[in-house]
Design a protein. Structure first.
Length: 63
């Protein structure tokens, strides 16, 4: 699946645009994308580039 974190599996989430809820109460749909960034991960003894969310990236840097 596209736009998915390789570690935790976080995907895009649907919601409503906050600027569109005015006097007419028409809510426009929008999609919230996860903050994915490339990270070099060692898998099976070789380095592989994976898309990882920033929370997982910080957690892997700790340990």
């Amino acid at each position: 699946m596209a736009r998915q974190c390789a570690v935790c599996g976080k995907v895009s989430m649907g919601g409503f645009n906050p600027q569109s809820s005015g006097m007419n109460r028409v809510r426009a749909h929008r999609r919230y994308q996860p903050n994915l960034q490339p990270l070099v991960v060692i898998e099976g003894g070789r380095q592989v580039k994976r898309l990882v969310c920033t929370r997982c990236r910080r957690t892997t840097a700790k340990g």
